[in-house]
Write a protein that binds this ligand. Structure first.
Ligand code: SF4
Length: 731
């Protein structure tokens, strides 16, 4: 509208926090972005990423038009085409693959949940393919699913402000989620909340802890089991809750006898008395909560065992769904949630059975999803979304593309993802992407993955699209935010893309909403606010938090087959897994692979969020890159001295899978036997022909994703306990 100045209520989507932003728009042009002081998450604050929103919107290297590859794959040569031409050709080719090889020959890969994921799943269910992948096996989902099997939802909403003790486990909000860190420190200041941090590194969060347990990378399961041993044998558990609301306690008691603090000391490198002390503080400081991060989702075959032991800890200490404890929000009761938009019921049974990896990773695929949702629907009235919670296995997908087994996979549509940077075993991923008949990438930029694509499609960023924040569709609240401006150039939202492609594929009747806003308005209607448009809702209401209820199990029971917390899980047992907590060593460690440790004596932690970047994003934003120009590997000064490595030297990090280089950062935050490399690195300045230097520093090129080393329940590969050696780059 000409001559107008407006302040739009948007949400930053540069990370999961979805901080509220006020966007000042003059005559349709974004002039300023500031933190929204009324937003409950950030209360006006903005991190450096959020502050770079306008740079991102107007960046000279944004993809602004659909591009079609000309010349060899990977040549970096593209020509501009119209949306119509691109969609027409993509749809024609998808129809051909479906007719010749079946719908399962078409797959999609997505990244962190910052897109309209339900729309992707809707499209794929209508298409008839079960092969949707994300980085879900290493990001939040294993914990969520194991907890859901044991007590019928994830207790992912720790109530820090009312808690007497917060355990921060494998999580570093001090570096990756600053609003969370603020909340933690405020709780200690106001309420004297004790903070226990479990992390091999003296992270930004560990440095502020009351008690820090510097465990050996990947030994989390031993620690959790030893806590169970102490808490049960010293009778520090909540006897009433255990008596009335759990099943399997006696078997649990028997099971944990072998896991003494002394046994755990050898596994974790933490003294037995310190392990016991931490267990006592946690168990006797009720209510307490455990705030976990993704580190324990990235332990390969040990992943779900950690989640299982930790879930049982919460339950026996009586912290589930209590004020100040681990609150299980359940789904929003009235709002139309993601699962209700996905049309999972339209995916035929025989297609579900073809989901890649569902024969071995049974909790995170259709077999587990079906069992969990039966219980969830009974108690909560609705289940989990299939997107993220019921996915094909990425390692199995890459191998199917390469071998044609168990069936050919011909096409991959990538949205909000950069598999070449973000998935383990990057060389294998590269070979797989090269083998595809059709690779479509929708992104803001030409990324290493996009450089290999047949089509690159321009994506709208958060200033150009509305956002409905619902935590992957599993929270009992929502926050609605509006787009500040219409997409610039020919950028589209991913909803627009799936809808347009769906219509080309004959799905028209299932895509009645012309815009994101219309779809969101449909989802909001049952809330009963009676507002005409989505924009009215944002301006007038914006937040809908279902009234917070505690002890919901008193009325409904837990959403498990017994209606109680299953310390011995019948769902895990039905799926063929050990129903009781047990110890699993990660696949690569001095203990699991001593022969490998002779040549690769150091433990590599590959990953962990760090400011100012998010995953593999933002390297092209100059103001952020100036803050952190190059990748850094953290090395203890003692180790560095032995290897004659100095601060700032380029250092090779080598595993049996490959080697990459990063700059040495000498720090006592990591112990001498451990190094931590940064993830997600590529160099946007290096050009598409060189795949933006993706082989130089991308630590995923050093990681293995062999399905035999992945978590048996959820398919997680190992990034946090990998064996490596390092050496100074000479010359
Ligand atoms: S990137 Fe920063 S400002 Fe944006 S949502 Fe995350 S923490 Fe908030």
């Amino acid at each position: 509208m000409a001559g107008t100045t407006e302040v739009k209520k948007a949400a930053c989507y540069f990370c999961h926090m979805n901080c509220g932003m006020l966007v000042h728009v003059e005559d349709g042009v974004v002039k300023k972005v500031t933190g929204d002081p009324e937003h409950p998450f950030n209360q006006g604050a903005q991190c450096p990423r959020g502050a770079s929103a306008m740079d991102h919107l107007n960046h000279i290297n944004r993809v602004n038009y659909p591009l079609k590859r000309v010349g060899e794959r990977g040549s970096g040569n593209f020509k501009r085409v119209s949306w119509e031409e691109a969609l027409e050709d993509i749809a024609a080719r998808l129809k051909k693959y479906k007719a010749e090889y079946g719908a399962e020959s078409i797959a999609t890969a997505g990244g962190t949940n910052r897109t309209d994921d339900w729309a992707r799943r809707r499209f794929f269910n209508l298409l008839g393919s079960p092969n949707v992948v994300h980085t879900s096996p290493v990001c939040w989902i294993p914990n969520f699913l194991v907890e859901t099997a044991i007590y019928g939802w994830s207790a992912f909403d720790p109530e820090i402000m009312g808690s007497r003790c917060v355990v921060v486990w494998g999580h570093n909000p001090g570096a990756s989620y600053l609003p969370e860190m603020r909340g933690l420190l405020e709780a200690r200041e106001k309420n004297g909340t004790k903070i226990i941090v479990i992390d091999p590194r003296c992270s930004e969060t560990a440095a502020r802890a009351d008690l820090w347990l510097p465990i050996r990378p990947g030994s989390d399961c031993a620690l959790a089991l030893a806590w169970l041993n102490v808490i049960i044998n010293e009778e520090l558990y909540d006897a009433d809750f255990v008596e009335n609301w759990t099943v399997g306690f006696e078997e649990l008691r028997e099971r944990v006898q072998e896991y003494t603090p002394e046994w755990a000391e050898a596994k974790t490198w933490v003294p037995a008395e310190k392990i016991a002390l931490a267990a006592r503080i946690y168990a006797t400081s009720r209510p307490a909560c455990i705030q976990w991060g993704v580190a324990t989702d990235q332990l390969g075959r040990a992943t779900s065992a950690v989640a299982q032991a930790r879930a049982v800890l919460r339950a026996i200490c009586g912290n589930l769904d209590v004020p100040g404890g681990d609150v299980m929000p359940g789904p929003h009761p009235t709002f139309i949630t993601d699962v209700e938009m996905e049309l999972n019921e339209l995916l035929p049974e025989e297609q579900r059975a073809k989901q890649l990896g569902s024969d071995r990773f049974r909790l995170s695929t259709w077999p587990g999803y079906k069992l969990l949702n039966e219980q969830l629907e009974r108690v909560w009235g609705k289940g989990l979304p299939a997107e993220w919670m019921c996915e094909a296995s990425p390692p199995v997908l890459w191998r199917a593309i390469l071998t044609g087994k168990p069936y050919p996979v011909k096409a991959l549509i990538v949205l909000a993802d950069n598999p070449l940077s973000s998935y383990a075993n990057s060389r294998l991923v590269y070979e797989a992407l090269n083998k595809l008949d059709l690779l479509v990438v929708m992104d803001y930029w030409l990324t290493p993955t996009a450089a290999l694509a047949d089509y690159v499609l321009p994506a709208a960023s958060w200033l150009e699209r509305p956002v409905l924040t619902t935590t992957y569709g599993v929270s009992d609240w929502l926050i609605a935010s509006e787009r500040a401006v219409q997409p610039l150039y020919e950028r589209k939202t991913d909803y627009d893309f799936w809808r347009a492609l769906g219509i080309k594929m004959g799905q028209e009747e299932y895509w009645p909403w012309q815009t994101n806003e219309e779809a969101f308005q449909y989802r909001l209607e049952p809330l009963g606010y009676g507002l005409e448009t989505y924009e009215d809702f944002v301006q007038g209401v914006r937040f809908d938090f279902a009234p917070r209820e505690y002890y919901k199990y008193l009325e409904k029971g837990f959403a498990t087959p017994s209606g109680k917390v299953e310390l011995k899980s019948s769902i895990l047992e039905t799926l063929g897994y050990d129903p009781l907590p047990h110890y699993v060593e990660p696949p690569f460690s001095p203990e699991a692979t001593p022969e490998l440790a002779r040549d690769y004596p150091l433990i590599l932690i590959a990953g962990g969020g760090f400011m100012p970047f998010y995953h593999s994003e933002h390297r092209q934003i100059t103001r952020l890159r100036l803050l952190h120009p190059e990748p850094r590997v953290a090395i203890n000064p003692e180790l560095a001295q032995k290897l004659t490595i100095k601060e700032g030297d380029w250092v090779w990090i080598e595993t049996p899978k490959g080697k990459v280089k990063q700059r040495a950062k000498l720090t006592t935050a990591v112990p001498p036997g451990v190094v931590q490399a940064e993830r997600g690195w590529w160099y946007p300045e290096k050009g598409a022909k060189d795949l933006f230097g993706v082989w130089e520093s991308n630590i995923n090129a050093c990681l293995d994703d062999d399905p035999d080393t992945c978590d048996p329940a959820c398919g997680s590969w190992c990034t946090r306990s990998v064996l490596c050696r390092i050496a100074k780059v000479e010359g």
